[in-house]
Write a protein that binds this ligand. Structure first.
Ligand code: SAM
Ligand code: DTB
Ligand code: SF4
Length: 339
């Protein structure tokens, strides 16, 4: 039985990553079956509640104000609009609702008050609620936790060494500080990164090494393949080979045995056979719905067909976490519930 280890060396992780592909997938599938129900995949729904106009300079991101992309700036959505989208997602079979805002950080203002209302409202739908709103200090993290937020997504994106090549407006340590604040407030942590930005294999390994060293390890680890968006500095990056994605997922599964490994951006390029390899290698979560935050994602019906073909089932909300389920129910309000 594999165990959670925080003392993996980079060399050990690199050796895993370089294992012959089918052997690697077999090893990852074995670890996966020790800690998770094979064939069970969490279906999350992603909603951009505030789009574009971001002051940061993340080189991959179409929402950064300084790049000339087709993204149109949209101010923070209303609570009832968000509730309608969440209700629709729940009725379609999603168990987690993830709300994303193109903010550098959370500030104490009316917009934040509104996000708190959204979180409380979605708790009433018995869905896990996740937010990704940029950097958080202790006080804001505590407010989100009190509102019953289940998870906070904040990606480290790449290795510490490569970070300054991708983002100059904040540091790797800023990212880690937010993750500390999320953990301290008692929420679950969702943190991963992106491949396909021109990083080296060592950078991929460095990123996984940072994640395995978090104690506890993040409950959820998104692995994104870059969506190269016109107008961003990454627009000409070639697509990530399917095999790199499979290697990354399998390696993540082995060194982060209990975490949910989330196939995030880039599923359009993978196709069903590529995704099937990733599920075999231990991916057990996806974002469903025809849009991620601003870029295309497979149609919901296509995903359901894929579930049918591969014999996958959707995981129920709060599985194995009754304490957090009770906390979310306690924090719930009837705000704008439309169903
Ligand atoms: N502004 C907040 C932040 O940066 O934490 C939340 C939203 S941000 C869009 C969430 C994550 O989406 C980023 O950390 C990055 O990992 C991922 N992302 C953004 N653009 C992407 C792209 N073009 N391809 C793949 N992943 C992307
Ligand atoms: C994550 O790691 N990937 C999602 C979610 N967390 C917020 C976002 C992907 C965004 C892809 C680019 C876009 O659609 O704008
Ligand atoms: Fe802003 Fe987040 Fe995009 Fe960076 S990734 S530019 S912080 S929305």
């Amino acid at each position: 039985m594999s165990e959670v280890r925080h003392n993996w060396t980079k060399e050990e992780i690199l050796n895993i990553y370089n294992t012959p592909l089918l052997e690697l997938v077999y090893q990852a599938a074995t670890v996966h079956r020790q800690h998770h129900t094979a064939g069970e995949v969490q279906v999350s729904s992603l909603l951009s509640i505030k789009t574009g106009g971001c002051v940061e300079d993340c080189a991959y991101c179409p929402q950064a104000a300084r790049y000339n992309t087709e993204v149109k700036v949209q101010k923070l959505m209303q609570v009832d609009e968000v509730m309608e989208m969440a209700t629709r997602a729940k009725n379609a079979g999603a168990s987690r609702m993830c709300l994303g805002a193109a903010w550098r950080e959370v500030r104490n203002n009316r917009d934040f008050d509104r996000v708190i209302e959204m979180v409380k409202g979605i708790n009433g739908l018995e869905m896990e609620v996740c937010c990704t709103l940029g950097m958080l200090d202790e006080e804001k993290a505590a407010r989100l936790a009190e509102a019953g937020l289940y998870a906070y997504n904040h990606n480290i994106d790449t290795s510490k060494e490569n970070y300054t090549n991708i983002i100059s407006t904040r540091t790797y340590d800023d990212r880690l500080d937010t993750l500390k604040n999320v953990r301290k407030a008692g929420m679950t942590v969702c943190s991963g990164g992106i491949i396909g930005m021109g990083e080296s294999v060592d950078d991929r390994i460095g990123m996984l090494h940072t994640l395995v060293n978090l104690n506890p390890q993040p409950e959820s680890v998104p692995i994104n393949a870059l969506v190269a968006v016109e107008g961003t500095p990454m627009e000409d990056q070639p697509p990530v080979p399917v095999w790199d994605m499979v290697r990354m997922v399998a390696t993540a599964r082995i060194v982060l045995p209990k975490s949910a490994v989330r196939l995030s951006a880039g599923r359009m390029q993978l196709g069903v056979p590529g995704q099937a390899m990733c599920f075999m290698a231990g991916a057990n979560s996806i974002f469903a719905g025809d849009k991620l935050l601003t870029t295309p994602n497979p149609e919901f019906d296509e995903d359901m067909q894929m579930f049918e073909i591969l014999g996958l089932t959707a995981k129920e909300a709060f599985k194995g976490d009754p304490a957090r389920k009770a906390k979310a129910a306690e924090a719930a309000t009837g705000v704008g519930v439309t169903a």
